[in-house]
Design a protein around this ligand. Structure first.
Ligand code: 5AD
Ligand code: SF4
Length: 472
């Protein structure tokens, strides 16, 4: 049994040496060991977790597992968890009750937990103490050990708990079973070294490790050859790509080289305002296949709070960057993340945030109430602000965010824009759906055979969260 240790996860040092790249290959003895068995994965949280689940599905299918949509039919149930806020935690612990019931009826079902919660020392302790029906716990740093861990459970009928506190090497050549045939996530880096004071990610995902450019470009090239139209370059803080590599090769260089592959659409998330260089901006502006869409987390508009958050920019610097992006990149859409109710956020601090929203008129935003995470500096800050005050601020903020989302969409009315059609519309199955270059969801009147292609769509109506259109 290897359990996570918070103190170890907090350390950043050179003692672990330069990150190596290891090529994964399934052990031939393991191929097919779960033939005929069924698996069910439930994924919580961000795109990084979604993409990890695609990796896990790839590994499981090499073992012979077959996917099922219904948990009750599965022989192996895995929760890929998120630790970013308390409600993500609560959802997972809530779901464990359903697994317990199922295991009472079918004791041979294997139940596992992985992802960011599995990296938390307190969570694993709680699982070992109170949820002893969980058979498998593994972390974000050892996904590639999953086949071996499953094998141990199958032959020894023993629980397997293996969570490394520290990141290891970068593993290439892993199998992926991608959810879409048209757009793909591509990891460009793992971990984060920014240590914003509220954020648990640097502890659950480890230090920043950039993938080698050759590995990224080979993956994008292969995706293009397999008919993929869009790639999203993924990382906690993509603008810092390359800073940990030995050669001088940074995000702007990578964007340029990915653009040269000729894949039709390139996106990237998430950008920290601190590392946004002018060179990056000019490459985004000049390459037609780099989409004019940027997610630029603000977090707070108050300089006092930004300082306490450890964000490394002021409100003024953020606004200057925002306007530079708007000016240099034609038709760019910019979205953001905002946290309200950081410890001791005053009404004035909150009004500073509202003021930035009035100035930037975001295309859309994800807004959150601060949630203290164990181990982070902000969780130790004394906080005198009442829950009701925080909730009221969130409501006031959302009202302005929604207003500007609708305004941003209004501009599209009557215009013709390019949409990558991804599938049938969830709202209306006579329509198809997809996203504009600027990441706006459009429900489109068009033939189903447009799925998987980029087509011109005339926008006929706009709402706060989506738009309607018809193929032209
Ligand atoms: N409480 C609330 N929101 C948080 N985020 C990260 N950590 C916390 C926390 N402790 C938000 C940030 C980040 C987004 C992914 O989640 O806004 O950008
Ligand atoms: Fe968390 Fe800050 Fe890193 Fe984003 S940049 S993952 S908010 S520590």
């Amino acid at each position: 049994m290897v359990v996570p240790n918070l103190k170890e996860a907090m350390k950043r040092s050179k003692e672990h040496g330069i990150v190596q790249t290891i090529h994964y290959k399934i052990d031939d003895n393991l191929r097919g060991i779960a033939k005929g068995k069924h698996y069910f994965i439930k994924t919580y949280g961000c795109q990084m977790n979604e993409h990890d689940s695609e990796n896990i599905k790839g590994l499981l299918e090499e073992l012979g597992f077959i996917p099922v949509d219904c948990m009750e039919e599965a022989d192996f149930i895995l929760l890929n968890t998120c630790a970013i806020r308390e409600n993500a935690h609560n959802k997972v612990f809530g779901f464990l009750g359903r697994i317990k019931n199922l295991k009472e009826k079918r004791p041979n079902v294997i139940a596992g937990i992985c992802g960011c919660m599995a990296q938390e020392e307190v969570v694993v302790k709680e699982i070992l103490e109170k949820y002893n029906y969980i058979d498998l716990v593994f972390g974000t740093h050892n996904i590639h050990h999953l086949p071996k861990l499953i094998h141990e459970i199958l032959i020894k009928q023993e629980n397997q708990i293996e969570v490394f506190s520290k990141e290891g090497d970068i593993i290439e050549n892993m199998p992926f079973k991608r959810d879409s045939k048209y757009k793909a996530w591509v990891n460009i880096m793992y971990g984060c070294d920014k240590f914003c004071t509220y954020c648990i990610v640097p502890y659950t995902r480890g230090k920043q490790r950039s993938r080698k450019k050759e590995d990224i470009l080979t993956e994008v090239q292969a995706l293009k050859e397999n008919g993929y139209k869009e790639v999203t370059l993924l990382g906690q803080n993509v603008n810092a790509y390359g800073k940990d590599l030995e050669e001088d090769y940074y995000m702007e260089d990578l964007l340029f080289d990915v653009s040269k592959t000729g894949i039709e659409r390139i996106r990237f998330v998430t950008s920290h305002p601190w590392d946004f260089t002018d060179k990056m901006i000019s490459i985004i502006a000049s390459c037609d296949n780099i989409m004019p869409y940027i997610h630029l987390p603000l977090q707070s508009g108050s300089n006092t709070i930004l300082k306490q958050m450890g964000r490394r920019y002021t409100k003024e610097e953020y606004i200057t960057l925002f306007h530079k992006l708007k000016e240099k990149i034609p038709n760019v859409a910019i979205t953001t993340d905002i946290i309200v109710g950081f410890p001791n956020e005053t009404e004035e601090d909150f009004e500073d945030t509202l003021q930035v929203v009035e100035e930037c008129k975001y295309d859309s935003a994800f807004t959150f109430i601060f949630s203290p995470r164990i181990g982070t500096p902000a969780s130790k800050m004394e906080d005198r602000i009442a829950k009701e005050v925080k909730e009221e601020r969130l409501q006031r903020l959302n009202e302005r965010i929604n207003y500007y989302s609708k305004c941003a969409n209004e501009v599209y009315k009557g215009k013709t824009v390019k949409v990558l059609i991804e599938g049938i519309s969830e709202k209306d199955d006579t329509k198809v759906m997809g996203y504009t270059e600027t990441m706006k969801l459009v429900n489109v009147k068009a033939d189903k055979n447009t799925i998987g292609t980029i087509i011109p769509v005339k926008i006929t109506d706009v709402k706060t969260w989506s738009m309607d259109g018809e193929a032209v």
